[in-house]
Design a protein around this ligand. Sequence first.
Ligand code: 1PR
Length: 601
Amino acid sequence: MDCLALRSAASSLCLEDVLCSQGQLRLAEHLHDGKLRRNALTSQVLRTNGRISACKASSNQDAEVTLLDYGAGNVRSVRNAIHLMGFQIKDVNKPEDIENANRLILPGVGSFAAAMAKLEEKCFVEPLQAYIKANRPFLGVCLGLQLLFDSSEEGGHVKGLGIIPGVVGRFDSSNGLKVPHIGWNVLQLKKPSKILAGVKRNHVYFVHSYRAVPLVENEDWVLATTVYGEEFLAAVSKGNVYATQFHPEKSGVVGLDIVRRFLDGGRSCEAEEISRVAETSSMRSGSTLAKRVIACLDVRSNDMGDLVVTKGDQYDVREQSGDQEVRNLGKPVDLASRYYEDGADEVTFLNITGFRDSPLGDIPMLEVLRSTSKRVFVPLTVGGGIRDFKDKDGRYYSSLEVASEYFRSGADKISIGTDAVYAAEEYLKTGKKTGTSSLEQISSVYGKQAVIVSVDPRRIYIKGPNDVPFKTIKVQTTGPNDEEYAWYQCMVKGGREGRPIGAFELAKAVEDLGAGEILLNCIDCDGQGNGYDLDLIKLVSEAVTIPVIASSGAGSIHHFSEVFLQTPASAALAAGIFHRKEVPIMSVKEHMMKAGIETRI
Ligand code: 1PR
């Protein structure tokens, strides 16, 4: 399907079908407001609730979007979303490009201070202020919303564009609130709007530590709020100017619908849709942050040199019989797309042999990311081999360069394993932050929320709680020699080497060093299908205030409700159960909903 055809197809509600179909007629079923609907898409027309709608751009200029990308992170997904709608992108290279824009998108990434410094350096501040004050079509995303305010407390007290009254401040984590606010949350619409008319009670994806709050001074701007510990501004609007704290380009079909509505100026939005605001405007009690279900793809080259999705049992990924080949469970891009269509809240790629390869020489992995980000519009994480290294010709690459290449190729977050363990050991030994570890460097440039530390612990049984200088737990089932206690030793290099550091100590140290989330694997449970290691998850959750992703051991839908009801885990990651098609992701989510767990459907 070419771009123009896609634009007319994408101009109606069922974008999920557009994403799934990759240009072919296809039927898709999805749960919507609790009812199962069936939508059909052709390249020319699209039926939604009995309507047929199509949108045509009247001129080439109509099909152009100006993008203000100041080069601080992954805006590939925004680009992909715009292209998917059939629009072309004109990048802002000089101030006049802002003045000449038809519609302008500012997908802010990185820190507030760095963003303002870039805008000032490039002389974009004044034209941007003039453009917005003239009420011309504008969409700011995430930091692109925050920059509109008077100032931010991020990185000191930094002046913003001064369009909206208020100071952007940090979420308060002193009461145990996990910060960053990462994940899918719901909007409380405060006024009618064209661009949010399709959101209703669906969740959208947030990832941020700073937020602006509603004030009397900015009440004419408030479009939607969300509650996370407190009420904050999730979207603002005035006239043709919109900005969202959440990421529409990462919010699946719901978010793409928002992008589409902005791009077509709300033309396809009917009055009846605008007036549905009341449906979502009542405050819900309790947390509306959904517990995430993450599909994980362990990838590596097989013996023929092809990049495949594999899956181990306790980290052993080779078949036990025959030639003991690397298990091949499918192609990375196809599987990731399938999980997106099935409702995964995030997709994670772990390059499990990255610790011994040269990641930047790993063109297939970068290509996998680029292709996946064209088809998958939920957050993508990539891990494996993120460290400083020299290639075979002796050229040195910093971990920051490696991460930057992953971000440019479509990753929203990177995950560090082995190198974070070494950094934590060094930090605990000296008590000093060097600022040079991969973890510190990447999180200072891209923000904490973009950096996950992946922990590979194994359980070691001991007789007494003080037998080791690490935090221990009293086990529920005693060890092979009737041991009543255990500690969790961190492993590196894909579980091949044990290090003198426990999972509790590691988690604390990496939070200090700048990790935004912990991906908590468990070598004992990996691939066993007997459920998550709840003791381990509780132990590590106690150590940190950042979100913990439970991983390893899911074997049934009940394991998901168990981990969410019995531990503070923010997300549950699983691999084998999905690869082997034992349980569809949607069944997991329906089960979670029935168990009273906030879930994104
Ligand atoms: O150390 O920075 O190069 O990162 C390597 C990354 O690769 C780490 O995140 C490490 O966890 C991962 N890794 C290394 N070797 C293996 C292996 O399996 N041989 N995979 C490996 C880790 C664990 C999970 C798995 C869950 C869920 N696999 O990713 O997907 O356990 O599985 P399940 O639901 O089937 O039980 P670096």
